[in-house]
Design a protein around this ligand. Structure first.
Ligand code: ZN
Ligand code: ZN
Ligand code: ZN
Length: 384
């Protein structure tokens, strides 16, 4: 009965839409950060950055150029194909963006170059097609271009309250999904059947999109990105469940490892180690700590237990309008944590040919520490 209420609440809950002021604030902050980073401006093609900056997403991604141009010298300008002008106006005009259209018989890169001073460096959104960047390089060969996630890693990293609200709701829906799936049978079913249930539950709890439903049973769990296949789950299997998607425009991503029947001593031991690593890393999160330090804390626990060589990926990644974005918690990442950042903490141990264990929560940095956006039990859950 409780779970049913959760389903209804999560599915019905609709956050207030972002306002024109929210987008104007993001655009102003982006221009300020770009200037601080020595960029003349920022070029944004359709994708998560454009959606975040303007709320605009063309109905179809095509070869025609759509490009938001931001610089201190210019009113924010969105270049669109003439036939999509009306759509862009409806979505983005309220944000104060100037809409300029180009017709099919002109070179859109020439049109764009009129807004771009020569000899300068521009940040370019990661989702920009190489055909568009090559077109710009041809008309503006003296300019330099840098990937936005490299030159402005902080662009979308710090979430405002309205974004945090959405990430919290997405996390709660993922938790509700986990609480349902562990009541269902595992033994005798194929991985892809369990994955189908995960996808259905995520949607039922309010997700508009499911991005991944990893079900890694037995030896398949030792492959961190194993999707779900036709392997039939058997008693004694450890099963890695890693699933997420997008709800109200913001991502979810959580992992728990369950066991079918009584766990072997080694599955229990590895799970204890991963659980301790996840907990220690969580406790290390607070403003001012470097991303790489959180990774090191998790890695040290696993290394001291003798499984260091089997922790074969970074400890975490940011989440927002996408499910993988800066900041990355990885050795060498000196970026310092700030309140409002949201990212995963997901240490794992993968024993080839045998099994894997991963535990993943999304967390947000608070004024003094961190808060989890996933709150299901970390205990090794026994399923049927
Ligand atoms: Zn991943
Ligand atoms: Zn995940
Ligand atoms: Zn993740």
């Amino acid at each position: 009965v409780e779970a049913k209420n959760d389903i209804d609440m999560a599915a019905r809950w609709l956050p207030p839409p972002f306002t024109a002021n929210d987008y104007a604030t993001r655009i102003a902050r982006t221009i300020r950060h770009a200037m601080d980073a020595g960029l003349a401006g920022v070029l944004v093609a359709p994708g998560p950055d454009l959606l975040w900056l303007t709320g605009y997403e063309p109905t179809a991604l095509t070869e025609r150029l759509t490009l938001l141009i931001l610089s201190a010298q210019l009113r924010p300008t969105l270049l669109v194909p003439t036939l999509e002008r009306a759509d862009a106006e409806a979505a983005a005009e309220a944000t104060g963006v100037e809409i300029v259209d180009w017709a099919d018989d002109v070179d859109p890169y020439r049109v764009a170059s009129a807004f771009l001073p020569p000899g300068c460096i521009f940040g370019v959104s990661d989702s920009t097609w190489s055909s568009h960047l090559l077109g710009l390089q041809e008309v503006l060969p003296s300019a330099g271009y840098q990937s936005l996630s490299e030159c402005l890693p902080m662009l979308r990293a710090v979430k405002d309250n309205a974004e945090l609200y959405r990430l919290t709701a997405a996390g709660a829906a993922a938790d509700a999904t986990y609480n349902e799936i562990v009541r269902m049978p595992f033994a005798g079913r194929r991985e892809d059947e369990v994955a189908g249930d995960l996808a259905r539950l995520l949607r039922q709890f309010g997700h508009e999109r499911v991005d991944f439903t990893i079900v890694g049973s037995g030896p398949n769990g030792a492959d961190p990105h194993h999707e779900a296949g036709d392997r039939v789950i058997v008693p004694g299997d450890a099963v890695v469940l890693d699933f997420g998607g997008v709800m109200h425009g913001y991502g979810s991503d959580t992992t728990r490892t369950v066991v079918v029947g009584e766990p072997s001593p080694e599955i229990q031991r590895v799970h204890d180690v991963v659980r301790a690593a996840q907990q220690k890393a969580f406790e290390a999160v607070r403003p001012g700590v470097a991303c790489e330090d959180v990774d090191r804390v998790a890695r040290d626990v696993i290394t001291e237990a003798g499984y260091g060589e089997w922790f074969i990926h970074r400890t975490g990644h940011g989440i927002g309008v996408t499910t993988h974005e800066p900041p990355y918690l990885v050795a060498g990442a000196a970026l310092r944590l700030e309140p409002g950042m949201c990212f995963s903490i997901e240490p794992g141990v993968y024993l080839p040919g045998r099994f894997g264990v991963r535990i993943e929560d999304i967390v947000t940095v608070t004024g003094h520490g961190a808060r989890r956006l996933n709150n299901t039990d970390h205990e090794l859950r026994i399923v049927g």
